[in-house]
Design a protein around this ligand. Sequence first.
Ligand code: COA
Length: 170
Amino acid sequence: MHDIRLRPATPADIELLSYWDTQPHVVASTGDDDVADWAEDIALADDTWEIWIAEEDGRPVGVVQVIDPARERTHYWGDCDEGLRAIDIWIGEEADLGRGIGTQMMRQVLDASFAAPLVTAVLIDPLAANVRAQAFYARLGFAVVGPRRFGTDDCLVMRLERKAWRAVPR
Ligand SMILES: CC(C)(COP(=O)(O)OP(=O)(O)OC[C@H]1O[C@@H](n2cnc3c(N)ncnc32)[C@H](O)[C@@H]1OP(=O)(O)O)[C@@H](O)C(=O)NCCC(=O)NCCS
């Protein structure tokens, strides 16, 4: 694997993001409750709802969304404390799974999130059935909070505290 760089998503990415949404490994990890409207999400992106495209040598390979759950417009997480972030991530093409790209993407967004002094912890909500993603997050220091239903989706909430992130070996 080569260098992975994150850049903000633009309207030029809508077609690719929509195509990735049709890939079976993406469909399998997406709940009924969080199907994206990319045109709207990109147009309304701001400091409460960031959408980053990961590129490997200039080729888009994945996407990661970082939201401020207390302030973002959809209120997806319900009432939340200030100082949290919530992340959603996926790799676009099946052939790019398991190459270490996701780990690099997460390290970069977690470093960037915790660079803000007010951020105390980061949340994640994989589907309860997505045990491979849960193992991926656990390796990055996320701890299980517990099951939670979002709409019709059975999820497992996991949380990474600032202290736990500092303790993860690099
Ligand atoms: C989860 C994901 C972002 C990790 O990125 P990645 O580049 O594949 O991960 P890395 O190569 O850095 O690490 C490999 C680990 O990712 C996880 N992983 C790999 N393929 C996966 C898949 N199809 N679904 C879920 N997790 C997967 C596994 O934990 C794997 O470790 P293992 O091989 O020991 O089982 C990526 O696999 C993916 O996009 N999966 C499908 C969508 C998804 O589940 N997103 C998370 C939604 S909460």
